[in-house]
Design a protein around this ligand. Sequence first.
Ligand code: HEM
Ligand SMILES: *[C@@H]1O[C@H](CO)[C@@H](O)[C@H](O)[C@H]1NC(C)=O
Ligand SMILES: *[C@@H]1O[C@H](CO)[C@@H](O)[C@H](O)[C@H]1NC(C)=O
Length: 500
Amino acid sequence: MSIFICFIFLFPLFLILFKNLSPPKQKLPPGPTGLPIIGNLHQLGRFLHKSFHKLSLKHGPVMLLHFGFVPVVVFSSKETAKEVLKTHDLETCTRPKMVATGLFTYNFKDIGFTQYGEDWREMKKLVGLELFSPKKQKSFKYIREEESDLLVKKLSKSAQTQTPIDLGKALFSFTAGIIFRLAFGQNFRECDFIHMERVEELVLESETSVGTLAFTDFFPTGLGWLIDRISGQHSRVNKVFSKLTSFFQHVIDDHLKTKQRQDPSDLVSTMLDMINKPTKSGSLKITSDHLKGVMSDVFLAGVNAGVITMIWAMTELTRHPKVMKKLQEEIRTTLGSNKDRITEEDLQKVDYMKLVIEETFRLHPPAPLLLPRLTMSDIKIQGYNIPKNTMIEINTYTIGRDPKCWTNPEEFIPERFINTSISYKGQHFEFLPFGAGRRSCPGMALGITIVELGLLNLLYFFNWSLPEGMSIADIDMEEVGALNIAKKLPLELVPTLHHS
Ligand code: HEM
Ligand SMILES: *[C@@H]1O[C@H](CO)[C@@H](O)[C@H](O)[C@H]1NC(C)=O
Ligand SMILES: *[C@@H]1O[C@H](CO)[C@@H](O)[C@H](O)[C@H]1NC(C)=O
């Protein structure tokens, strides 16, 4: 008998032996069957949160997929989100290293995309002190109120002529005005090197670049690298990045030129002062890459989520005139009818508006998948083994629509939040617009204040109607986006001054 035939007969025997000798297979989570090499990539559509949603209805709240060679586990229930973000927070709180996130953060010198560790902690502390501390919030109050005045002025002009206004543009200018003045010491309305419109484009382009899947991340070196270069992904992303870098450089140069800074100082000037000096607490040396990394975070994470939330809120209010009426009546009764200006104290008085914002977050979480995490060791969740170096996605879009947590989940009913203790602060895992645990959003308080202030100004001073010839049924609810999911078509409404 030739060796070959011998081998054919013996091969099954080897297989059986080998199977019995190898250690028992760990129980991995279920998931859709993929193809060799590409894994499940062909089963994903235009929007990851919606593709995951559909697949999880079939495969359950702990679901294993493969993006090329990279294992990804998607969690889609309140219970599993809690196990990841609370019980196993420490073992899952790093971020995957990806090509685009590395590029846009100057090789992970930021907070949002950087791997867990001492540098991340120190950067977070520094930015927390300079941008998010209650003291800073107080000292920047005048900026928020000035920007509110500008917003109302702009809307009043449209009201006088009864022309529709693109709310997205108006609210971007409002939000970016606030955030960039706090962080960059500049609003880009009166600036000689860039226009607000270009800033908005650049925010969206940068977000798309960072949020779009790159093949290099999911295939062994060589193959993915090649695909990204052939498809143009590589050059697209790098083009956007070089625009962003030169924009940041302009901001920095501007700071260096005008040494005399006004008080309170902004994040950029504070960090410029620290460059190449050791921080008070010790080890981390701040470099210009850290400065630009943080600017990137502010740019990518600070502006858009708030704008998106306000747009979805105004969209839902327009679709639900009864809710709009109840809300405006509450606001106007509570605040009286002769205010010239909304102040931040007013925000504490309008309870129903808070419910409207919560309901908006539930149905339209701006970052439905939060930001991806990565397991740092093997963990077990609901009996399933999740190996080290698995990418983790929490689908808050699915959780916000889970009939086990919410009655009539598809309906917009702000009253559902009345008699619950559920809040967005990361303690209630059925409702996670800002995430939870170590990696949750550090800009939450600022973000909420901006959203409340923007909406209260819109709703106190103006009545809103659809442009002539348009009815509620014509409002388009399609989505767009990569990291942040926004309303696709602009929301155009006609303001009418309520008090004249
Ligand atoms: C309505 C407004 C906002 C929403 C809904 C929002 C939402 C989020 C979400 C969902 C995450 C990911 C959390 C996770 O992975 O578990 C996040 C992270 C982050 N956000 Fe926000 N955010 C908002 C405003 C802001 C603002 C105003 C800033 C700063 C100017 C900011 C800075 C950040 C940063 C730096 C991170 C990364 C944190 C880390 O990885 O350690 N966000 N945000
Ligand atoms: C909330 O609770 C109060 C008092 O406990 C009750 O009067 C009210 O009807 C409840 N509202 C809703 C929407 O359940
Ligand atoms: C604005 O709407 C309220 C009802 O929500 C109405 O009572 C009021 O007359 C309207 N004001 C104007 C100027 O149309």
